[in-house]
Design a binder for this molecule. Structure first.
Ligand SMILES: Nc1ncnc2c1ncn2[C@@H]1O[C@H](COP(=O)(O)OP(=O)(O)OP(=O)(O)O)[C@@H](O)[C@H]1O
Length: 238
């Protein structure tokens, strides 16, 4: 059985006096595609931002496993990175690469190929579609060869072709490159194609974590479970 690459336990978060995450625990096994699902305002983005270190003030513990020689490396696409619209795809990756202290044109070309933008390497980003922009942002997150990739609502605004392309790309990153992926969405049908495990976040509470295998074994569907665990409001003790 795979071990957890990231474990978050008893995570609490307040914005001012308002609590938005209540004692949330999340367990992400190595090699998994973990779908974090929940309604608008459930706390998905806040949780993802905490897990990748973008929000410093929170309660609880986050443990990263060792992968190979060192700690698990995380990369995230959460409303960022910003792109330079007048620069080409290559130049954008080069800029990000320099910021990270990496100097490797070959890797940039390889990444552009992986994300399906090799034909656009010298094209300015301002002419890119939303799907191409998403793939370029994903490419930027691959520069450091992360072990865990965190994506917040990556299919938002994409057309069916863009969604299918992104699905194939995530499948490739997971299967060929062994990347663990944590992906948030409120589009269940899309995550059903991709995820191997789900966390249902409701009103700031982790209502259920379950694998696709266990969903099948219990003769139910993701949609049924989602409806069951997101009905009504949560009772909070905090
Ligand atoms: N910086 C902030 N300051 C104050 N409140 C915030 C801040 N960011 C988020 N919130 C509030 O925290 C709650 C959870 O928001 P969050 O964006 O994490 O949810 P979400 O599940 O990602 O929602 P969506 O699916 O709409 O993106 C919401 O009530 C939101 O208004």
């Amino acid at each position: 059985m795979n071990c957890n690459i990231l474990t978050g336990e008893h995570i609490n978060k307040k914005y001012g006096n308002t609590t938005v995450l209540y004692d949330v625990s999340i367990h992400i096994k190595q090699g998994e595609v973990y779908g974090l699902i929940g309604k608008n305002g459930a706390g998905k983005t806040t949780l993802l931002r905490i897990l990748c270190g973008l929000i410093p003030n929170y309660g609880g513990n986050i443990t990263l496993a060792n992968v190979g020689e060192g700690k698990c490396k995380i990369a995230a696409v959460i409303n960022a990175p910003a792109l330079f619209l007048n620069m080409t795809a290559f130049e954008n990756l080069k800029e990000q690469s320099a910021l990270l202290g990496l100097h490797t044109d070959t890797k940039i070309k390889d990444i552009l190929k992986v994300v399906g933008l090799e034909d656009y390497i010298n094209k300015p980003v301002k002419g890119f579609s939303l799907g191409m922009t998403q793939r370029l942002k994903l490419g930027m997150s691959l520069l450091e060869s992360p072990d865990l990739l965190i994506l917040d609502e990556p299919v938002n605004g994409l057309d069916p072709t863009g969604i299918a392309d992104l699905r194939d790309l995530l499948h490739q990153l997971n299967k060929e490159f062994g990347m663990t992926i944590l992906i948030s969405s409120h589009i269940l049908s899309e995550l059903e194609h991709t995820a191997t495990c789900f966390g249902i976040l409701h009103d700031g509470v982790m209502a259920k974590e379950i694998s696709t295998h266990d969903i099948q074994q219990s003769n139910t569907t993701l949609e049924n479970l989602y409806m069951q665990y997101t009905k009504g409001g949560q009772e909070h003790n905090a």
